[in-house]
Structures are given as structure tokens and as C-alpha cells.
Design a protein around this ligand. Structure first.
Ligand SMILES: Cc1cc2nc3c(=O)[nH]c(=O)nc-3n(C[C@H](O)[C@H](O)[C@H](O)COP(=O)(O)OP(=O)(O)OC[C@H]3O[C@@H](n4cnc5c(N)ncnc54)[C@H](O)[C@@H]3O)c2cc1C
Length: 309
């Protein structure tokens, strides 16, 4: 049985000190999300090593303390009230190791908190590629795996060889196969610890060229430098969510300081001080309008913490 909050917080702080894990108290979540919305969590913890990460995960589970795994916060809407639990921030759990290489391929073992842009950056320095289609997105590898991030006809799943996850108190090493993936989803539950990606040997100039090409495409069609969480809705089969929303004349529609992007109708922009409640209202309104006009129920791609539709 879970103890009351005061008790578990006391036990948790003691455990964190024992494990040498850095933590913050009542930390606001807005700065850790790309849309810059969200109230505080009770504790934000920053594990750096696998051993201490696994120990704290077991402790949280055994003590029935509510927790949430945070990557880059780029597909996340956090409630204005925040989260009455522990946020495990993966930003310090990062690193890239070359495990195998030949003249065609290079296999990397990458910790889940490593930023996608860091992997691409290493490719430019060392001469390998494959992930440029995700260039510019503020995601971690763990978040990209969980969401099977993709763009321009590619998905990260195409590069994955093995995934190491934590599930039910145990570590599981999974060989990647097609049946484990679907549109914007890695089907296996659990916490991604690390992943092996198979990258292609490439001239450095070619990697730069591809990155530039994809970034230019993004800049043209997406509000890349505004406060958003990327696409709000999944594309329904055979349709583009953005086109359906645009056809309902919703581009530019605003609730509070949350606005449907003029550039891409499947993006919601925080104009400055938007509340999670504004974004939720806007999401519901879009769902209603699209359903009325097309009979299609748009499914959110964004994850919610402390709030729901
Ligand atoms: C400007 C912009 C452009 C974008 N463009 C694209 C795009 O082209 N394609 C695309 O697919 N997405 C895009 N996104 C959305 C986003 O970057 C992706 O969904 C990304 O995969 C989220 O990764 P994250 O690390 O930010 O995850 P978070 O937002 O932190 O978390 C997302 C979910 O993954 C879970 N999670 C995070 N890390 C782990 C882990 N280690 N183990 C288990 N679960 C974990 C979280 O608990 C949460 O449920 C864009 C976002 C922005 C802001």
C-alpha cells in the first residue's frame, strides 16, 4: 500500500541521496516541454547511470510512487496544476558508443536520453547517416523510439536493431522486428534504457546535404521555431489531419493564447502564456469540427500528463 505523500517524499529523498541522484523539488515542468506549458512536479530526478536508474525505478514501483518518464518533452502537454508525482528526466542519461563498424554500416549503442540532434551531429563528424529526416526535432532517442518518430516517409524503427527496456522490475533486450512497430508507436510497454541503431556509412558532406534538405522542407511547412509539440493529431488512414483541419477553416483559430498555426493546421502554437486548458479546449474544438464535416474522429498524437481530454 502506498504511504501518504509526506511519508513517501521523505523516503524518496533519502533514497535519492543514497543513490547519488540529483533532484529538484517542486520543479515547474513548462521549461522542460517544447510548448512551454505545465505546473510543477513533486520531484524531478536526473539519473546518470544505468545502475542507479534501475535501482530508483524498482524503488518507485515497490513504493507505488507515481512517476513519469520525460525525454525532450516535445510531444507532451502537462496540466497547469502539474503532476503530483516524480518526473524522471532522462536529459543526463546520455552517451553514444560505436559497437561495430565496417565500410558500409556502423552500429551505435545509444542511451535513451541522448538527443536525436546529437546523433546526427556525430554522424556529421564521423561520416555516417540515416537519421537526418528527424533533424531539428527537440527529441531524445527514448522518446523517438516510444513514439516511433517519423517524417518524409521514414520512421526511426527502420534503423533499430535492438532495444533494451525496463519492464516489471526486469531488463529485457528485444530484437527489433516489424511486428513491434506501428504508426507513431513502439508496441512494447516499458522504459527504454538504450537502443542499437544501424547507421549507414556516408560522406560527411552528404550527411550535411541531407540534413539541410530536410530542415529546409520543415522550415517551409512547419512553425519550427515556435512553442509547439509537433503534430497534434495522428493522420487518419488515407488522410492528412492538417488538410482536414484546414478544410474546416480553423487555421489561425485561437483560444486564450493557444492558436492553430497559420503555417500548418496540425500544429498548436503557444503565443506566450497559453494554459494547458486553452490547448485542451482547442483540441476538442478541432475534433468536433472535423467530425461534423468529415465524420472522422481525429486521434491525438500528443501525450498528456496530469490532464486529459
Ligand atoms: C517542432 C517540432 C517538430 C516535430 N516534428 C516531428 C516529426 O517530424 N515527426 C515526429 O514523429 N515527431 C515530431 N515531433 C514530435 C516529437 O519530437 C516526437 O514525438 C518525439 O519522438 C518525442 O520525443 P521526446 O524525447 O521529446 O519525448 P517526450 O515528449 O518527452 O515524451 C513522449 C512520450 O514518450 C515517453 N518517453 C520518453 N522517453 C522515454 C523512455 N526513455 N522510455 C519510455 N518512454 C519514454 C514519455 O513518457 C511520453 O509518453 C516534433 C515536435 C516539435 C516540437
Amino acid at each position: 500500500m502506498r504511504k501518504d505523500q509526506k511519508m513517501w517524499l521523505k523516503d524518496l529523498d533519502k533514497k535519492l541521496e543514497e543513490l547519488n541522484i540529483i533532484f529538484k523539488v517542486d520543479e515547474p515542468l513548462a521549461p522542460y516541454t517544447s510548448i512551454k506549458i505545465g505546473g510543477p512536479c513533486k520531484r524531478m530526478i536526473f539519473p546518470e547511470k544505468e545502475k542507479s536508474l534501475l535501482k530508483i525505478l524498482k524503488f518507485l514501483e515497490n513504493s507505488e510512487i507515481p512517476f513519469f518518464v520525460l525525454g525532450g518533452g516535445s510531444k507532451l502537454l502537462v496540466s497547469d496544476k502539474g503532476f503530483e508525482g516524480v518526473v524522471i528526466n532522462f536529459c543526463k542519461f546520455k552517451g553514444i558508443e560505436i559497437t561495430e563498424e565496417n565500410e558500409k554500416k556502423i552500429i551505435l549503442k545509444i542511451l535513451a536520453g541522448t538527443r536525436i540532434n546529437e546523433i546526427i551531429g556525430m554522424g556529421i563528424r564521423k561520416g555516417f547517416g540515416g537519421l537526418e529526416f528527424l533533424g531539428g526535432i527537440p527529441a531524445t532517442l527514448g522518446g523517438a523510439i516510444k513514439m516511433n518518430a517519423g517524417a518524409f516517409g521514414n520512421t526511426i524503427s527502420q534503423l533499430v536493431k535492438n532495444i533494451r527496456i525496463y519492464k516489471n522490475g526486469k531488463i529485457k533486450n528485444i530484437k527489433s522486428e516489424e511486428s513491434l512497430w506501428e504508426y507513431r508507436k513502439f508496441k512494447e510497454n516499458g522504459i527504454v534504457i538504450s537502443t542499437e541503431l544501424e547507421m549507414e556509412r556516408m560522406e560527411k558532406e552528404r550527411v550535411k546535404e541531407l540534413l539541410k534538405k530536410y530542415l529546409e522542407k520543415r522550415k517551409k511547412t512547419q512553425p519550427l521555431f515556435e512553442k509547439t509539440f509537433g503534430s497534434v493529431f495522428k493522420n487518419p488512414p488515407t488522410y492528412y489531419a492538417g488538410a482536414l483541419i484546414e478544410a474546416c477553416n480553423l487555421k489561425g483559430y485561437q483560444i486564450g493564447s493557444a492558436k492553430i498555426s497559420e503555417k500548418h493546421a496540425n500544429f498548436i502554437v503557444n503565443l506566450g502564456d497559453a494554459k494547458a486548458e486553452d490547448v485542451l479546449q482547442l483540441i476538442k474544438l478541432v475534433q468536433e469540427k472535423v467530425f461534423l464535416k468529415f465524420g472522422i474522429k481525429l486521434e491525438p498524437e500528443v501525450n498528456f500528463l496530469g490532464c486529459s481530454l
